[in-house]
Design a protein. Sequence first.
Length: 300
Amino acid sequence: MKAIVIWLTLAMTGALPAQSPEALLGAALHQEEVEGNLEAAIATYKKVLAQPAGNRALAARAQFRLGVCYEKLGQGEARKAYERVLSDYADQREVVAQAQVRLSALRRPAAVATRQIWAGPEANGSGGVSPDGRLLTYVDWKSGGNLAVRDLTTGVNRLLTNNKGPQADSSQFAVRSVVSPDGKQVAYTWSIKQDHYDLRLIGMDGSGARVLYRDKQDSYIEPAAWSPDGKHILATVSRQIALVSVADGSVRVLTSGSGCQRRMPSLRMAATSSMTAARNQTRRNATFFCWPSGAAAKSR
């Protein structure tokens, strides 16, 4: 700050020639620090740098302050300005050190802000969030285990299913749910009786409910993810990782065996225009499956 005051004093009292690099630097500092006119300061710092080679310490200072102005404006040119200090004025150690500090700050990931969106006895992690982050599906145990959705912007809850009543069978309830890529449907596990489960679909508005898959054996089925095109659901079916067709409920088994568990919360799916892939992550290893459209999935 002392250096800035000195340059401002010299420039404003006329102790420096009007267009000397020193006068220009003083004028630029005044525009930046006193007037807050960053655009004008940038133009003046560039005039300093356009002067014939001479005072390298002064030029390095101008180059650094140019970066500061760009940074204050939130412009990406700040990084380039600081990098030029390092490349063009490596002998100016003090200014180089300042530029390195600013570059490190720019490269540092921005802090992630977290906030509580819901708390209380009704809140549970049994559902999924819609792609736009506005809706959250969950199991409403107050109504006896119905599938419900919460609007995270308004805090309003509403039931999607209404299969419970005072005399309802306590073995019937929703379990796990995931929201479709377009946010219009929900795939969910529904317990129909002890150790018997359905994979069901319902519209986010509560319409179009249907059973997508029902295993004739005593088995558990749980949706893990939708395919990006919304045509399949990645799920665990009778301790098998499988794809369930949204169109007709047909099942394509990806893998089975001792490594498959009843619940696999780490199942994920992604796709490109030509290839679809699924991953199951465990504590010890990860299993990948990939397949082109219309072909059988293969373990990798």
